[in-house]
Ligand binder design. Structure first.
Ligand SMILES: [Fe+2]
Length: 484
C-alpha cells in the first residue's frame, strides 16, 4: 500500500503528500531516544498531535484535509521520552481496511461518487476524525472538522477504543474543537449539520455524561470551526462564510462563499442556558478558525482569536488554474491576532487587531481556559504557497509584545501547546513543545522551549526515529490529569 500512495503523490505532484507532508506508514513505539540538551525533569505528561495520513491511494484529487487520522505522541516523565504513532481506527477506516482500498472521493474529488455512501452531517465526505484532539475524563477525544463522531483513544497506547457516546447520552455529533474547563472538568461542545438552520450546543460533565443540550437558531446552515468559553458563558459563532447549498445538493461539492454583506455574529449564552436565551453580538464580516481564549471582565466578555478578513483567497484564482493551484488557494489562510469585547450591558461589540503578523493555530496555557489570560503561542505562516509553520510566536497581549522562535531553514513546526512546569504558579512558567520536521533530510524531532524565552535555543531536542508529517491540532495532557 505504501507505494500506491507515494506513486499517486509523485504522479499527481500533490504537494500535500510530498516532502514534509508525505505520510508515514509504520506504527511504532520508541524509547531510548537521542536527546540534544536535557529533557527537564519537571515535565510530566503527553504531547499528542492529530493530522492527515492516508492509508490507501486517494481517489480523485487529494486534498490535505482528506487523509486518515494519525496521532503522534511523546510521553515525557523523569527526563525520559517515549514516542508512539497510531492511525485512528474510525468506522470508515476499518471499512476501507477490509476493502483494501480507499472508498471515498475527497473534498476536491468527484463527490457525486460518494452519494450512496453514509453522509456525515449533510456532507458526502469521509469522517476521518483527523482534525483535533482533546483530553477529557481519562480519554483522548479525536474529532473531525465538519462535525462527526468523537473517537475515544487511550492516551498512553493511542489505541482506538471506539466512538464515544458519553454513557449513551449524546444525541448529536460534535465539532472537533471541544472546550475543556479544567477547573470544573466540564466539556463544552457544538455541532451543526448542513441540512439544518441551527447550531447545537452542549455540556458534558466530568464523569462523561451530557448534562445540557440545546439548539440555537441561525438564518441558514452555518459552518463555524470553533467556539469560546468563559467561566459562566459559551460563545457560538454565526459567520458569513457559508456553503453554496445549491451546489452541495446538485453536485455534492462543498463550495464556500463569503457573504461580506453580512456581519459576523457571536451568540453568547450561559453555560447551561437554553438556546432561546442567546444574545447576539455583531462584528465586522470575517471567518474565524480558532479562538485562543475568552473571559469575563467587568461588564464585558473579551475574546482573543485569529480572524480571516478575506477568507476565500480561492476567489482570486485565474481561470484554468491547475488542481495544485486550486489546492494551495483553498488551503491559504490569511489570519491575524484579534480581540473582541462584547458588552453584556450595552449589547455593543468593540474589536481591533492585536498584531498583523500572519499567525494561526494558537494555543495557550489550558489551565486558564475561560479565565483571563495573557499569553498565546501561535504558529507563524511561512512565505510560501503551502500551509506550513516556519516559527512560533509567543504573544504577550498585556504588554503587546511578541517573541519568536524560528524553526530554521527547511524546518517546519506543529501546533505547540504550553507545558506547565511541575508546581508552576505563573501562566507562562513552563515550556512550549512542538514536533519539527526538516524537509531537507526528512527527519523529525520534538523541541522543548522555555516558555519565558521561546526565542532562545530549545532546552531539549528529542530526535525521533521516523518523520512526523506536518499536521493539524495538538494538545498537552498533564500527568496530574491523566486518568484523574
Ligand atoms: Fe481547527
Amino acid at each position: 500500500m505504501k507505494n500506491d500512495v507515494m506513486n499517486y503523490a509523485l504522479e499527481a505532484g500533490n504537494p500535500y503528500l510530498l516532502g514534509a507532508y508525505a505520510p508515514t506508514f509504520n506504527e511504532i513505539v520508541a524509547d531510548n531516544l537521542q536527546v540534544i540538551g536535557e529533557i527537564p525533569k519537571d515535565i510530566d505528561g503527553i504531547y499528542v498531535r492529530n493530522g492527515p495520513n492516508p492509508r490507501f491511494e486517494p481517489k480523485g484529487h487529494y486534498h490535505w484535509f482528506d487523509g486518515d487520522a494519525m496521532l503522534h505522541a511523546v510521553q515525557i516523565q523523569n527526563g525520559k521520552a517515549v514516542y508512539r504513532n497510531r492511525w485512528i481506527r474510525t468506522t470508515n477506516f476499518k471499512e476501507e481496511e477490509e476493502a483494501g482500498e480507499c472508498l471515498w472521493q475527497g473534498l476536491m474529488g468527484r463527490l457525486a461518487a460518494n452519494m450512496d455512501r453514509p453522509w456525515n452531517r449533510g456532507v458526502p465526505l469521509k469522517d476521518t476524525a483527523n482534525t483535533a484532539v482533546a483530553y477529557h475524563n481519562g480519554k483522548l477525544l479525536a474529532g473531525w472538522y465538519m462535525c462527526g463522531d468523537l473517537y475515544s483513544i487511550d492516551p498512553i497506547t493511542l489505541e482506538t477504543k471506539g466512538v464515544e457516546d458519553f454513557n449513551k447520552t449524546l444525541s448529536s455529533k460534535a465539532m472537533a474543537h471541544v472546550k475543556v474547563d479544567e477547573r470544573t472538568n466540564e466539556m463544552m461542545f457544538f455541532d451543526y449539520e448542513l441540512t439544518g438552520s441551527y447550531l447545537a450546543y452542549g455540556v458534558i460533565d466530568g464523569e462523561g455524561t451530557v448534562k445540557h443540550f440545546t439548539k440555537v437558531e441561525t438564518p441558514g446552515p452555518r459552518i463555524p470551526h470553533d467556539m469560546g468559553i468563559t467561566e459562566n458563558y459559551s460563545i457560538l459563532m454565526d459567520l458569513p462564510l457559508v456553503y453554496d447549498m445549491e451546489v452541495m445538493a446538485t453536485r455534492g461539492r462543498a463550495l464556500p462563499i463569503f457573504k461580506r454583506e453580512l456581519p459576523s455574529r457571536f451568540g453568547v449564552l450561559p453555560r447551561y442556558g437554553d438556546g432561546k436565551t442567546v444574545r447576539w453580538f455583531e462584528g465586522e464580516p470575517c471567518y474565524i478558525y480558532h479562538v485562543i481564549n475568552a473571559w469575563e471582565e467587568g461588564d464585558e466578555i473579551i475574546m482573543d482569536c485569529c480572524i480571516n478578513p478575506e477568507p476565500t483567497p480561492q476567489d482570486k484564482l485565474k481561470k484554468g488554474a491547475s488542481k495544485v493551484e486550486k489546492l494551495n488557494a483553498y488551503l491559504r489562510i490569511e489570519a491575524h491576532l484579534h480581540r473582541y469585547h462584547f458588552n453584556l450591558v450595552t449589547g455593543e461589540t468593540r474589536e481591533y487587531p492585536l498584531d498583523d503578523r500572519p499567525t494561526e493555530f494558537p494555543l495557550m496555557n489550558s489551565a486558564y481556559l475561560g479565565q483571563k489570560s495573557r499569553y498565546a503561542y501561535n504558529q507563524h505562516f511561512d512565505n510560501s504557497e503551502k500551509l506550513r509553520f516556519d516559527g512560533l510566536v509567543k504573544y504577550d497581549t498585556q504588554e503587546q509584545t511578541a517573541k519568536i522562535h524560528w524553526y530554521g531553514e527547511g524546518r517546519f513546526g506543529s501546533e505547540s501547546p504550553f507545558v506547565p512546569r511541575e508546581g508552576s504558579k505563573e501562566e507562562d512558567d513552563g515550556y512550549v513543545i512542538s514536533f519539527v520536521t526538516d524537509e531537507r533530510d526528512g527527519k523529525s524531532e520534538v523541541i522543548i522551549l522555555d516558555a519565558k524565552n521561546v526565542d532562545k535555543e530549545p532546552v531539549a531536542r528529542i530526535l525521533l526515529p521516523q518523520r512526523v508529517p506536518l499536521g493539524f491540532h495538538a494538545c498537552w495532557v498533564n500527568g496530574d490529569r491523566l486518568f484523574s
